[in-house]
Design a protein around this ligand. Structure first.
Ligand code: TYD
Ligand code: MG
Length: 454
């Protein structure tokens, strides 16, 4: 940025900064998202990251640092702890993103239940009044008396309150409502969100306070304006799910203190969010009996296998152009698998419409679903149901080969636990499975071999 400049154009989607207006953001390729915003002057911006919170930094030897077992704070919700990598790390900054109304405020208020027990927690809302929070809290059950609530949008006041109270956990309900006085643009704008998060980061690191930040997501599926936020914070969690379905999935997109593949599954009830301890059972609920085109497969989400039902409907096309849709999985992947079936297994799908759906509304993209999708398509095409007690998984390559997948044993054990008796899996993943009893394993090397088992 040139010296003395007071305005710049910011992309509201990703925070890209440009000296002049552009129709398309060069960084995230979104159209019409650049808006003019005043720039925090270099002086205020530099002095702003409140020095009083900073630790004096001096180089020290790695060997002299005693970390020990990282102490973690449990949230009282095992599903959330898992996604966080075992609990909250003191002094970390956690962003919880999601569509409006998905349940972010509910989740964070709910964890105060356990967190505020013997610890100082401040829940700061810029969206709801104290009365509204109280009403919600009443629905969620009884809370420890010590829980502190605050309705505030000015970061300066929040900083002062945190300094005075010295809490161990702070929850900021929606970063889009917060503002810093020295930044002249409106709350929710890129500069405000960036500066506010910067200030909160100073607090988190300087005072060792864990800070949860709620961020709303725009229609495009990124936290409004601030994708900038994603690389400032330690952990990014997204809360997703169909607003109209009861279950919600919490997914870690970034985690400096744990794996990012983990998911947590919840169900929204009248009395708040309930953990779903066995998502496989939940996802297979309502599976049709003896219907063609329905196959159970297994996807690994982090360290946890989840069984799901893949459904396919294949019928003759009425128009020249066959119609294909994919819900809950990658459309292009479905097209590719249909091409493999046509070319490598001789199944004539080119004049058929095909609809593929992951039942239950979950979004899954793991390659091990490939074989399940293939089997569902062929089962529907031939109108022949797959045996009820069979589970299928494996990655399909372009030559029609079935490739190995990771963590085979965990998948098989999960299937066995839910009463499956037969498993069709990649031949190359069969090593070391000799001692798995009670479920018959059929290794296949190619698509042709797999569909012959139908
Ligand atoms: P909320 O946490 O306010 O969403 P966000 O903060 O992400 O915008 O969730 C609001 C929705 O949750 C609302 O549609 C009602 C529903 N809800 C329940 O079903 N049960 C409950 O106990 C609560 C508190 C909310
Ligand atoms: Mg809310």
């Amino acid at each position: 940025m040139a010296k003395g400049k007071t305005v710049a154009f910011f992309c509201q989607e990703c925070g890209y900064e440009s000296a002049k207006w552009l129709g398309q953001c060069p960084s995230c390729k979104a159209w019409n998202t650049l808006v003019e915003e005043p720039v925090a002057s270099a002086k205020t911006a530099r002095s702003a990251p409140t020095k009083r919170f900073r630790n004096t930094a001096e180089p020290c030897r790695l060997s002299e640092i005693t970390a020990g077992e990282e102490e973690r704070i449990s949230t009282g919700l095992a599903e959330l702890d898992r996604v966080l990598g075992g609990g909250i790390v003191p002094g970390s900054l956690i962003l919880v993103g999601g569509d409006p109304g998905i349940g972010k405020s509910t989740l964070l208020l709910q964890i105060c239940h356990t967190l505020a027990d013997g610890r100082k927690v401040i829940y700061i809302s810029g969206e709801e009044s104290l009365k509204q929070i109280k009403l919600r809290a009443d629905r969620l059950g009884s809370f420890p008396k010590e829980l502190l609530l605050m309705c505030e949008t000015s970061l300066e006041s929040i900083e002062a309150a945190i300094e005075k109270e010295k809490p161990s956990i702070v929850i900021i309900d929606s970063i889009q409502t917060m503002y810093k006085e020295e930044v002249s643009s409106a709350p929710g704008s890129v500069s405000q969100v960036r500066e506010s998060t910067g200030a909160l980061m100073q607090i988190a690191k300087g005072l060792g306070v864990s800070v949860f930040i709620v961020g709303h997501v725009t229609k495009e599926g990124v936290v409004a304006g601030p994708r900038v936020l994603e690389h400032m914070v330690d952990t990014v969690l997204y809360f997703e799910g169909d607003r109209y379905a009861a279950y919600r999935i919490l997914r870690a997109v970034k985690n400096r203190f744990g794996s990012t593949n983990e998911i947590g599954v919840f169900e929204m009830r009248e009395k708040g969010l309930i953990e779903v301890k066995n998502p496989s059972e939940y996802m297979l609920n309502g599976k049709p009996q003896g219907a063609s085109g329905s196959v159970v497969t297994c996807s690994m989400e982090g360290s946890r296998p989840i069984l799901l039902e893949v459904q396919a409907l294949v019928c003759r096309t009425n128009f020249g152009m066959p119609r294909r849709t994919a819900a809950g999985t990658d459309y292009n992947r479905v097209n590719l698998l249909m091409a493999v079936l046509e070319k490598r297994a001789g199944v004539r799908l080119s004049d058929c419409d095909a609809y593929v759906n992951i039942a239950g509304g979950m979004k899954m993209n793991e390659p091990s679903l490939d074989l399940g999708i293939v089997m569902a398509l062929v089962s529907s095409y031939r109108d022949k149901a797959v045996d009820e007690e069979t589970i299928v998984f494996g990655e399909v390559g372009l030559s029609g080969e079935v490739r190995g997948v990771s963590m085979t044993k965990q998948r098989i054990l999960e299937a066995k636990k839910l009463g499956f008796r037969k498993c069709i899996l990649p031949k190359t993943s069969m090593d070391g499975l000799e001692n798995v009893k009670g479920i018959s394993l059929l290794g296949v090397a190619g698509v042709r071999e797999a569909i012959a088992l139908l």
